[in-house]
Design a protein around this ligand. Structure first.
Ligand SMILES: Cc1cc2nc3c(=O)[nH]c(=O)nc-3n(C[C@H](O)[C@H](O)[C@H](O)COP(=O)(O)O)c2cc1C
Length: 216
């Protein structure tokens, strides 16, 4: 119990109050996660979340699974066309927005505030469950990093974002976290918030947290 309270306080201290970068702990390779086959069989989209937060360790593991450094600084857990590594991952919490930097294994502070409504959707269509879940991960394609913005580049960056999203889906399923791949979001609002140029495009997002029904 003491440990739980300490973890909750330290997560609040690291993710809640500080408008600064967060150095993440090294990924913890769990020996208790499900097999790949069982994970594939059980993977499903979740649209009802509890407000239970992730620990910093869980967040670190999640970002690493999405597109972290794998076998050396030149390769990621998610493959990309021509190994361009052009998918940038933004982490939205109830307090701040960060960008995950895989090589540095840190969350770079982007801006303060609960900007999850921009991930939930637009005035025309929005999904409220995004506001309950503690984390939203937004995948942004960077055409400068890809080296082109032609038709082929646009196709490949969508494929690459999909692979990052599926990494998140499978990782979450395997460790008991809940998630869903989403295309719905306020792309123009996110562009403004994240100071994106014409060469950077939000493609997909994943809501992440704990499923409402299974929290005790
Ligand atoms: C590219 C893509 C975009 C999606 N966008 C949304 C979305 O905006 N909102 C939503 O509720 N579900 C979205 N989904 C989730 C799908 O509806 C869901 O994966 C599908 O119904 C199959 O259900 P399952 O994931 O539980 O197997 C999206 C899935 C994909 C792959």
């Amino acid at each position: 119990m003491k440990k739980l309270i300490f973890t909750a306080i330290s997560l609040f201290a690291t993710l809640g109050c500080m408008a600064q970068d967060i150095k993440l702990p090294n990924v913890a390779m769990s020996k208790t996660s499900m097999s790949v086959v069982e994970t594939l069989a059980k993977r499903h989209s979740v649209r009802e979340y509890s407000e239970k937060n992730l620990t910093t360790q869980e967040l670190s593991n999640l970002c690493w699974a999405a597109c972290g450094v794998s076998r050396d600084n030149n390769h990621r857990t998610a493959p990309t066309a021509k190994n361009r590594k052009e998918i940038r991952l933004f982490v939205f919490t109830a307090e701040n927005v960060y960008e995950y930097l895989p090589v540095e294994n840190k969350l770079k502070f982007v801006c303060k505030g609960d900007n999850r409504p921009l991930v939930a959707g637009t005035k025309a269509f929005s999904q409220d469950f995004v506001l309950t879940a503690p984390i939203s991960l937004v995948m942004v394609a960077d055409f400068k990093l890809f080296g082109s913005k032609d038709e082929h580049a646009q196709l490949m960056t969508c494929v690459d974002a999909g692979i990052v999203s599926e990494n998140i889906n499978l990782y979450c399923e395997s460790v008991g976290l809940a998630t869903i791949t989403r295309a719905t979001m306020d792309v123009e609002g996110l562009r403004k918030l994240l100071n994106l140029t014409e060469d950077q495009l939000p493609i997909l997002n994943n809501t992440v947290g704990y499923e409402k029904t299974i929290v005790k």
